[in-house]
Design a protein around this ligand. Structure first.
Ligand code: ZN
Length: 469
């Protein structure tokens, strides 16, 4: 693009999905090893913004030691006659796409989870200052969102300044989210879709409704609406809700159609309020992942910043890898933290009554949205470090899932009472499996059959994705 002639590296859409490995990186900004990090957009009065001004507070890229990871903040301040604070979320979310246009620069996640890397090659080509990076952002913002009349950008690596600004940023996110609470899915006829993550997850369409934030936690239904109206050809678009196919599961004809169209037929059916069967797809930038724990027939949640293993023995990264990439994985669900504050949070699965384990940090953040009668029955890493401890905790607290264990145990006991001799069975049915020890998972229970021969009059083989629940 000719508008980037003076930038030392290439800038364009083709660099969007580019990953930079640890060995190839000059520096890391934010990311999992760093505590202070944020990106924030603010809409300001016209006279408070100096158009095109780029400020660097703290050491510049060339002064940062090769291979290091640094605390980092980006502040984008915009002004325009038609701009209001309702557009801050939209402006902020564009930082991700625009920075990824830069050759040898990677931007992941959003808000307080940002993770960036600058590649060694691009650094050697002369991309050794935040100045040209700011210029790229400035020019893309001005050309793609003409509603912005003035914009100034600040890069912060100074730790004192970051310590001062991080709480302010957290406060801004919270007040933005609070504003979006209250409206219900049933009160609108338009949802919004986002394909911002398709460069990393090609079959992913985020469906954003009043009661379901984007997976990244950075786009509310109001942000979706604002984005689609100021930039209809952009990554966020309107989805006419269409017919309600299943109110409980959250299936809407318009959502199915949009998913089908935007994923080229890869995803045809999406249920918005459940983690099972046809859950919402997971991109790669989700704030947390919900995972089914068959041993207790409940769902655990673990957030991106959680250190160590979740209660099922797997760290966030492994759980994220097994659900990411735009796939629908039965029992796994990448999601925002804000979704946990929604009345539709896994509503079809029992909502909070089905949640059994959440790290303390997240539980504290969403506590006031957890029904009072269950809040103390949900374990954190302090209550349970593995599934056995979890089981004991849930039982001791009489968590609602315990009733499910009993309900499901009953038919199994009955089945044992029915005795069929081998000859009787053989005359009408055919043996389909013979094993010395055969484990079967059913409704959260593991049943082990010893020296079993199983007979069936009909064998139905289903894809593994349909097996749970
Ligand atoms: Zn995403």
């Amino acid at each position: 693009m000719s508008m980037f002639k003076d930038i030392p590296v290439e800038v364009g859409v083709i660099y969007e999905g580019e990953r930079i490995r640890r060995n190839d990186m000059q520096v890391e900004l934010g990311g999992p090893t760093v505590k202070q990090k944020f990106e924030l957009a603010k809409v300001k009065p016209m006279d408070e913004v100096e158009d095109g001004k780029i400020t660097i507070v703290g050491p510049d890229l060339k002064d940062l030691k090769e291979g290091g990871a640094y605390p980092f903040g980006i502040l984008v301040e915009a002004a325009g006659a038609k701009l209001d604070a309702g557009l801050e979320g939209v402006i902020e979310r564009r930082i991700h796409g625009y920075l990824n246009y830069i050759e040898g620069f990677m931007h992941l996640n959003q808000r307080y989870d940002i993770w960036m890397r600058l590649g060694k090659k691009s650094f050697a080509k002369g991309l050794n200052s935040f100045e040209p990076i700011g210029k790229v952002l400035y020019r893309l913002f001005k050309s793609e969102l003409p509603i912005i009349e003035k914009i100034q950008i600040t890069f912060i690596t100074d730790t004192a300044k970051l310590a001062e600004m991080t709480p302010e940023a957290m406060q801004a996110y919270e007040s933005r989210d609070a504003k979006a609470r209250g409206l219900k899915d049933s009160e609108v006829d338009t949802f919004y879709g986002c394909v911002l993550c398709q460069s990393f997850a090609p079959s992913h369409v985020c469906v954003i409704t009043p009661q379901r934030y984007s997976n990244c936690g950075a786009i509310s239904w109001f942000d979706g609406k604002a984005s689609a109206s100021i930039d209809p050809k952009g990554p966020v678009f309107a989805i006419p809700r269409g017919e309600i196919i299943n109110e409980e599961k959250g299936e809407f004809s318009g959502v199915n159609e949009a998913a089908k169209k935007r994923t080229m037929g890869e995803v045809n059916q999406v249920w918005l309020y459940t983690a099972f069967d046809h859950p919402h797809t997971s991109c790669g930038c989700f704030e947390a992942v919900a995972f089914y724990i068959p041993e207790v027939d409940g769902l655990g949640v673990v957030q991106r910043s959680f250190k160590g293993a979740a209660v099922n023995g797997l760290p966030f990264s492994t759980l994220a890898d097994s659900t990411a990439g735009g796939r629908q994985i039965d029992g796994f669900h990448g999601m925002s933290i804000e979704y946990m504050r929604s009345q539709k949070f896994f509503a079809a699965d029992g909502g909070w009554n089905r949640i059994v384990w959440v790290p303390k940090e997240v539980k504290e953040r969403v506590k006031e949205f957890i029904p009072r009668d269950v809040v103390d029955k949900i374990a954190t890493e302090e209550d349970a470090k593995n599934v056995d401890e979890l089981k004991a905790f849930l039982k001791a607290k009489n968590h609602p899932v315990v009733a499910r264990w009993e309900a499901e145990a009953a038919p199994v006991a009955e089945a044992q009472a029915v005795q069929v001799t081998e000859e009787q069975a053989a005359t009408t049915m055919m043996p389909v499996a013979t094993a010395a020890s055969l484990p079967i998972m059913a409704g959260g229970f593991k049943i082990i059959l010893k020296d079993a021969k199983i007979y069936a009059s009909k064998v139905i083989i289903q894809a593994k994705t349909d097996e749970k629940r």
